[in-house]
Design a protein around this ligand. Structure first.
Ligand code: NAI
Length: 377
């Protein structure tokens, strides 16, 4: 299978979402990382792209240079990811769609509704894919929830309640930190702070699992830290076109909540609950019955959940990242930078000695034996 060529704009060194895109895009061998304009500082972007293995002539200084460079190539990229700050998404996404590229854009896709509608139209006219990174919807147990709703396993959905509330901007003494402040500054963030940042993930999730559209809403926004112009807390009531009642709470001042994204769907014959901090499980309660835990990777899942359960049952979703960390430490070690904690041959032989000595102990009715290999006694 020929690899597809992938490029990224933004997601430079030290960015929050860049590593997730690189790990995600490259994990399965579908894509090769062929081009990038990774940083708002041209030289830093070029340098980092080349350190990540991109050829010098495709390590671009900015997205316009990348657009011109890629448009002129026979082996142009098949997909570009836009992982820059929000205010730049519209112009970059539109330009790449118009030039005939497929795009994965970070959320929020645009700053205004007018821009959003234009992107939809430009994508339609170009015939190219324009996807938005509502990545939580790709968890296998979220797909299971949607498939259960679609199959009528909880009956008609009456009520959906979702939260995306964390406390990481809850310290008023940190409100002026530039990394926090821009999120509540209309000039940088647009008309909404927390709702546009996190609330839209929860709203998308409600639509996604209920397989229905949000038709109307009523919102209560608050800036609980007085210096903030935009909201840091919001409660949004909504109704879906099929009549489902929706309630959504999003906050960045909920001290003690970490990621804090969860959803409950209540139907006529059952209820479902999924939480991003325990993504492997979907909690299901049939009316009048016992609560059950449905596990990623188990038998009998709906097809889409089975297809996306790529980490075997009993291993958490983050398992491949733990393996990736071993490779990171190995790469550092090969390059001469010793990494404390890299499991070594000594750990290997200690395990073997423990196995053999446990067998010996068991055979002696549980006698205490030395667990260590002779070389470490
Ligand atoms: P960040 O501030 O950590 O990193 C932004 C990166 O983009 C930096 O490397 C910066 O140098 C680069 N950049 C800025 N302007 C650029 C330009 N004009 N051309 C090329 N590179 C440019 O931001 P973060 O947190 O990584 O967020 C980026 C986007 O990803 C935002 O839209 C954010 O909402 C979204 N995001 C989505 C998440 C999700 O769950 N889907 C999670 C976190 C962020």
């Amino acid at each position: 299978m020929t690899k597809l060529k992938w490029g990224m704009i933004g997601g430079g060194e030290g960015s929050q979402i860049g590593p997730a895109h690189r790990l995600g895009a490259l994990a399965d061998g579908h894509f090769e990382f062929a081009a990038g304009a990774l940083d708002h500082r041209p030289e830093a972007g070029r340098d980092y792209a080349q350190r990540l293995g991109i050829a010098a002539d495709r390590a671009y200084g900015d997205w316009k240079e990348m657009l011109a460079g890629e448009t002129g190539r026979d082996d142009r990229i098949d997909l570009v990811t836009v992982a820059t700050p929000n205010s730049t998404h519209f112009e970059i996404t539109r330009a790449f769609l118009e030039a005939g590229f497929n795009v994965l854009c970070e959320k929020p896709m645009t700053m205004t509704v007018e821009e959003g509608e234009e992107i939809v139209k430009v994508a339609q006219a170009s015939g190219k894919i324009c996807a938005v990174n509502y990545c939580y919807s790709a968890y296998p147990m979220v797909r299971q929830a949607r498939a259960m709703v679609r199959a009528g396993e909880i009956g008609k959905v009456r009520l959906v309640v979702t939260n995306f509330s964390h406390g990481h901007h809850g310290d008023a003494t940190d409100a002026d930190n530039p990394r926090v402040r821009w999120r509540y500054d209309p000039a940088m963030a647009g008309v909404s702070g927390q709702f546009a940042d996190c609330g839209i993930h929860a709203l998308h999730m409600a639509s996604f699992i209920c397989d229905d559209e949000v038709e109307k809403l009523s919102a209560d926004f608050a800036s609980t830290i007085a210096s903030r112009e935009l909201e840091d807390d919001a409660m949004v009531n909504f109704r879906m076109s099929g009549g489902t009642v929706g309630r959504l709470w999003t906050s960045s001042v909920a001290i003690g909540r970490q990621h804090g994204f969860d959803i409950q769907v209540f139907g006529e014959t059952g209820g479902l609950r999924w939480a991003s901090e325990q993504p492997n499980q979907l909690i299901y309660t049939p009316v009048g019955g016992r609560t059950q835990i449905i596990e990623k990777g188990e038998g009998g899942l709906h097809a889409d959940a089975q297809r996306l359960s790529r980490v075997a049952i009993a291993h958490p979703e983050g398992f491949p990242l733990a393996v990736a960390n071993i490779y990171c430490d190995l790469a550092d070690a090969i390059r001469g930078e010793t990494r404390d904690g890299l499991p070594s041959a000594a750990d290997g032989v200690r395990s073997m000695a423990a196995v053999h000595n446990a067998v010996a102990s068991a055979r002696q009715g549980g006698a205490w034996v030395d667990a260590r290999p002779p070389m470490f006694r």
